[in-house]
Design a protein around this ligand. Structure first.
Ligand SMILES: Nc1ncnc2c1ncn2[C@@H]1O[C@H](COP(=O)(O)OP(=O)(O)OP(=O)(O)O)[C@@H](O)[C@H]1O
Ligand SMILES: [Mg+2]
Length: 270
């Protein structure tokens, strides 16, 4: 099938720097944190970005979300070079197409908003639905993410971590995105809840043809969920390729050391 081979998101030679204060003359000082990173995310597949803390994973995610400027390289989404758009001029269609889920749903959810209203707000904003159409859509999203509907009457603090993350996923799905950036989306969950949310992400990918950029420091999780992976160290890939290639035949010493540091897994989970 050709659709599966489609590249939905392409990152080429991406370079990003942050301003690190100013000299006494007032000229900005920069520190470059991403040094020429290239990868492609195929439609309906998951690309894992893995690496130690501070290696630049979230920075790359933010660049894809157009939350930070880039110094060089390009990002292309469905054939459109999104890095050519001016800062502050991100079309709503792109903001709908590319959503994000963060590590801590407690921080990303509004503590004073009921779970149902959190999802309904996003549906109303993106799809302009009201009344019973809105209600039905929200019900369906709750069903899709495996969240019992009655939990809609709770505030985030009255939900478990896994349930909170399901609310965040439902909210992210409200506008029918094509790409979801999962930035350590399961890292804060205990092992069994983590497995459930990973299974949910996998099912949603099958049902909706979603593509994920899955950011994680956990190689075991990446191995279970991702099709391709890039191992990031100080803002550059030490290895990139299919999960099988990188995990079975790593080319760099750094990747080998990372792999040696994790418990052996019997293989890809079902
Ligand atoms: N807003 C910022 N201003 C300046 N430097 C930043 C900023 N955000 C991140 N950095 C620096 O850029 C580098 C990459 O950070 P980034 O958050 O992308 O790492 P990460 O791989 O996501 O790490 P973690 O696994 O801890 O989330 C780090 O050295 C960090 O200190
Ligand atoms: Mg990060």
């Amino acid at each position: 099938m050709t659709a599966v081979d489609d590249v939905i998101l392409r990152v080429e030679d991406l370079r990003i720097r942050y301003e690190k204060g100013r000299s006494i003359w007032g000229t900005p000082r920069y520190s470059q944190v991403v040094h020429g990173v290239s990868f492609a995310v195929k439609r309906g597949e998951t690309f894992g970005l893995v690496g130690e803390s501070g290696s630049g994973k979230s920075t790359i995610g933010k660049a894809i979300l157009r939350q930070i400027p880039i110094v060089g390289g390009s990002i292309t989404f469905e054939g459109q070079r999104i890095t050519e758009w001016k800062e502050g001029h991100t079309p709503l269609s792109y903001r709908r197409a590319v959503q994000v889920i963060f590590q801590s749903p407690r921080l990303s959810l509004n503590a004073r908003m009921l779970a149902r209203d959190t999802v309904a707000e996003a549906v109303a904003f993106h799809l302009g639905l009201k009344g019973s159409e809105l209600d039905q859509r929200v019900d369906r999203l709750f069903d899709d993410v495996g969240l019992p509907r009655h939990l809609g009457d709770r505030y985030p603090d009255e939900l478990s971590g896994g349930q909170q993350q399901r609310v965040a996923i439902a909210r992210a799905l409200a506008c029918d995105p094509r790409v979801v950036i999962c930035d350590e989306a399961v890292s804060a969950l205990d092992v069994s809840t983590q497995a459930q949310v990973i299974a949910l992400l996998h099912r949603l990918q099958q049902e909706r043809g979603l593509s994920y950029v899955f950011i994680s420091h956990d190689l075991g999780v990446v191995r279970n969920l991702c099709h391709a992976v890039g191992v990031l160290k100080h803002g550059a890939f030490t290895d990139i390729g299919s999960v099988e290639d990188v995990f079975e035949r790593p080319t760099s010493q750094y990747t080998r050391e990372l792999l040696d540091a994790i418990p052996r897994f019997p293989g890809r989970a079902a």
